[in-house]
Design a binder for this molecule. Structure first.
Ligand code: ZN
Length: 135
């Protein structure tokens, strides 16, 4: 069994982190998946996805600011479109996460949330959620 659905994510700034955990949880519930894996995939070249602490919003702010320091917006980049830092951050963060689903529940840790990461916003983006049964 495999169920795939696409969600929309509206980002609010050039760099942004949006907690999409509840949307992923809803998608898993709708899929009817009991035991298996949930892949959340971002089909964009200047965005990414990660799992990290959601209890203190300062954590994701710190991560976005650290990425800004590592890959400054202004620099000697070759890509003509002018958004190379966004492409580089997208590759650093990655395009997908995999979460184990057990007994209809995402096996996230107590403090973990799933964050859509924007690096060239604000824009309306997409994330693809695929639920596969392993039972
Ligand atoms: Zn580009």
């Amino acid at each position: 069994m495999m169920m795939t659905t696409t969600i929309q994510v509206k980002t609010r700034a050039r760099s942004d982190a949006i907690d999409i955990t509840s949307m992923v949880r809803d998608a898993v519930k709708s899929s009817g998946l009991k035991d298996g894996i949930c892949v959340v995939y971002v089909p964009h070249t200047t965005a990414g996805i990660t799992i990290n602490e959601g209890a203190d919003p300062a954590v994701m702010q710190d991560i976005l600011e650290a990425l800004d320091r590592m890959v400054p917006w202004h620099g000697s980049y070759k890509h003509m479109e002018g958004n190379s830092p966004a492409h580089i951050k997208s590759t650093l963060v990655g395009a997908s996460v995999t979460i184990i689903v057990q007994d209809e529940r995402l096996m996230l840790g107590t403090w973990q949330k799933i964050f859509f990461c924007e690096f060239d916003g604000p824009r309306t983006r997409r994330a693809v959620i695929s639920c596969t049964s392993t039972a």
